[in-house]
Design a protein around this ligand. Structure first.
Ligand code: AMP
Length: 414
């Protein structure tokens, strides 16, 4: 049976109303597959990246399950925890929960670093149903006894591979160990490196598995071009490309924070409104840069991979890879910023000689050649090629066979 409406997934009338308000007409594939399982209380391993609709896939059943449980939240004891690697993603998840939960009375709040702790402590004291948190600040608050996860029956880890990249896996393990064994746990990751598969094996109980291939998100709807050029020609080409007005809302990716600042400076000298988004900026500056980009005040956002991860901005007309990432998966994440929720987008990559191995890895991963614009300069006869990293490993099979707790009873039958 093909599911074409949210009502067929078993969602409550309040949620259906909120989805109608948000003008969602049809569930995305991950929503179709995950929502019924999650309403039944299953654990889930979701292999999917941003842009697939994964936030609604976990947030909708969570809201419904919490409402059906009918438990009142107690001070300092959130009933559900969503962990995100970056502050931007945490704020975005919180916005989504606000949108989907607007006809419900569940409380949600965000705990993250980079801003004052006081408001977060006050919110915890008042009681929170859904806590969205970055790991470091949450651990601080737990250690100071402002938060207690002993009553928390739902745990969702979003972008687990990025948590690993950012060195948060130990913190995540510590946090997970504070929750009751009897709980529902979800883990989402765009890729499945061995460390993440290991974590999944430890914290999930007989999980269902939903995999939305990166290829179906990125490749099919995005026009992907590459310019082969000298490193020194990149700045000039960027300025030249931005002379075209159809590049109306552009994210430029650089590999380093310094590189991002330099590109912003260069663009500003040419009268192009641009702002940088990277980890050296304060939380306030990052939010401001995002806000200015969202509302169109700045036309170009220049970002590094980590800072851009998970940011959700509609109508990005073009993604420009000023430098190619050395991990091919990052390319897919980057270009996923354009063509969100079915829109068409364009990704333009700059590739100098030293980046050719990265380009080959990317093309291998996405199983497609980028459209070459202009000439391809010949490679030297004995190129100093680094070994290509190749396609990512297949996700490791989940070998968790430990029965740590009984499967939850069928919620809807109860
Ligand atoms: P996510 O993958 O959760 O970051 O979602 C990507 C974008 O798609 C967000 O802007 C969502 O608001 C939007 N979205 C999610 N599900 C749907 C849907 N079923 N219909 C339309 N838009 C959606």
């Amino acid at each position: 049976m093909t599911i074409s409406t949210f009502a067929e997934l078993g969602l409550s009338e309040r949620l259906l109303r909120a989805l109608k308000d948000a003008q969602y007409t049809k569930p995305t594939p991950i929503q179709q597959q995950a929502i019924p399982m999650l309403l039944e209380g299953a654990d889930l391993l979701g292999i999917a990246q941003t842009g697939t609709g994964k936030t609604a896939a976990f947030a909708l059943p969570l809201l419904q399950n919490l409402e059906e449980d009918g438990i009142k939240c107690r001070p300092r004891s959130p009933r559900a925890l969503i962990l995100a690697p970056t502050r931007e993603l945490a704020l975005q998840i919180s916005d989504s929960i606000k949108t989907y939960g607007r006809h419900m009375r569940l409380r949600h709040s965000v705990v993250m670093g980079g801003v004052s702790q006081k408001a977060q402590v006050d919110a915890l004291r008042r009681g929170i149903d859904i806590l969205v948190a970055t790991p470091g600040r949450l651990l601080d608050l737990i250690n100071q006894r402002h938060a207690n996860l002993g009553q928390c029956e739902y745990l969702i880890l979003d972008e687990a591979d990025r948590m690993f990249d950012m060195g948060f896996i130990r913190d995540v393990r510590k946090i997970a160990s504070q929750l009751p064994e009897e709980r529902q746990t979800l883990l989402f990751s765009a890729t499945m490196p061995a460390e993440v598969a290991k974590l999944a094996g430890e914290i999930l109980y007989q999980p269902e598995r939903v995999e939305i291939a990166a290829r179906t998100v990125a490749v099919e709807s995005i026009e992907q071009r590459v310019h082969h050029l000298d490193k020194t020609a990149k700045r000039g080409l960027l300025v030249q490309l931005l002379e075209a007005p159809d590049l109306s809302r552009v994210i430029v990716f650089t590999r380093t924070k310094r590189g991002a600042d330099q590109v912003v400076k260069r663009l500003s000298q040419h009268g192009v409104s641009a702002q940088a988004l990277h980890g050296n900026k304060s939380q306030g500056a990052r939010q401001k840069a995002l806000e200015n980009f969202r509302n169109g005040r700045s036309r170009v956002l220049v970002a590094t991979d980590i800072a851009s991860r998970g940011i959700d901005i509609d109508d990005v007309s073009h993604v420009i890879n000023y430098e190619l990432p050395n991990e091919p998966e990052s390319y897919v994440h980057r270009i996923g910023r354009t063509a969100r929720a079915g829109a068409e987008g364009i990704a333009i990559s700059f590739c100098d000689l030293s980046e050719r191995p990265h380009l080959r890895s990317i093309e291998k991963l996405i199983r497609r050649q980028l459209d070459v614009i202009g000439e391809v300069p010949a490679e030297p006869a004995t190129p100093a090629r680094k070994k290509s990293k190749g396609a990512p490993k297949r996700p490791a099979a989940n070998t968790n066979r430990r029965r740590r707790r009984p499967r939850r009873p069928d919620r809807r039958a109860a």
